[in-house]
Design a protein around this ligand. Structure first.
Ligand code: SF4
Length: 302
């Protein structure tokens, strides 16, 4: 299935840095207390910029958990009034287990929901989020949102040692959602040189489960995007790797933390033709090595 949304058509702004989950893989778990969200003047400037340039079709409101902002519906209304055809939120969606809140957000103009489903079972999801009952709320939210015509659902499941074996089951779990257009599988970003051994897992252990999940999701008509997995290990599913992202407006200090991942480490980086691959990162290499004998540079046209 073709991508329902081109990343270049969207701009992303971080408007909130608080969350009521503690996902173990969270990229900003240690930095969200000091990262600064965009203030109202920055949002207004972005809306005005797009009103004049019409550069983007969609605005993504993100940061940590944006549904904790009481004025989220008003932000969406302003974005729509400024000419954005789509407003998306990135969310764990727990608050959307309340149908009345779904109605409020949909009526405000939020038509796309990028929802974090961390695992295939309540036991695993709640272990990862560290909040009992979070899985049930997120699933109820997806079922609620699935009743609204015109709403687009997307999910992301972060691939870690705690989740990888359940990736195909996540696809099965969500197979009846009619509004689900895209499923993402983002391989764990360690955000530090050592990474968390509890989360790190060999790409070779992940590969069969990831492949099965991709093929299954495609069978159900979903567009699939994988991030941060070696391109040369994806075989027949290699077209699912897409590390592009919408333009992100975020506190510039975030990038100092992000760059601690140390991407692009691969013995073959200089000769490999993949334009999507991020290679390995520092924490991965420290734990599992370089895999020179198992990675293979892709042709220049890849
Ligand atoms: S050889 Fe290295 S850079 Fe090329 S696709 Fe494989 S992991 Fe990525």
């Amino acid at each position: 299935m073709e991508s329902p949304c081109q990343h270049s058509d969207y701009v992303e702004m971080t408007v909130h840095f608080r969350c009521n989950l503690k996902c173990r893989h969270c990229m900003i778990l240690d930095s969200m207390h000091w990262l600064k969200p965009a203030d109202d003047s920055e949002l207004s400037a972005l809306l005005e910029e797009n009103r004049q340039s019409k550069q983007w079709q969609g605005l993504i409101l993100t940061g940590a958990e944006v549904t904790l902002r009481k004025d989220l519906p008003q932000l969406a209304e302003r974005a729509r009034a400024a000419g954005f055809q789509h407003v998306r939120i990135q969310t764990h969606a727990m608050r959307l287990a309340d149908m009345a809140y779904c109605e409020t957000l949909v009526a405000s103009g939020i038509d796309e929901y990028f929802v974090s489903v961390t695992a295939d079972t309540a036991a695993r999801h709640d272990l990862i989020t560290e909040v009992p009952g979070s899985f049930d709320k997120t699933l109820q939210a997806l079922r609620n949102l699935d009743t609204f015509p015109g709403v687009r659902l997307m999910t992301n499941t972060v691939v870690t040692r705690l989740s990888y074996q359940g990736l195909p089951e996540v696809v099965e779990l969500l197979k009846d959602l009619r509004n689900l257009v895209q499923m993402d599988f983002w391989n764990y970003w360690p955000m530090e040189e050592e990474g968390n051994p509890e989360l790190l897992v060999s790409h070779f252990d992940v590969r069969p489960y990831l492949k099965q999940a991709i093929l299954l999701a495609r069978k159900y008509g979903r567009h699939v995007e994988v991030k941060n997995f070696p391109h040369c290990l994806m075989g027949e599913t290699s077209s699912a790797l897409k590390n592009d992202q919408p333009e992100l407006r975020i506190d510039p200090k975030f990038w100092d933390e992000f760059n601690r991942n140390g991407f692009e480490q691969c013995a073959y980086r200089d000769i490999c033709g993949s334009t999507q691959c991020l290679g390995l990162n520092t924490a991965y290499v420290n734990h599992f090595g370089w895999h020179e004998d198992r990675l293979s540079p892709m042709p220049r046209s890849a």
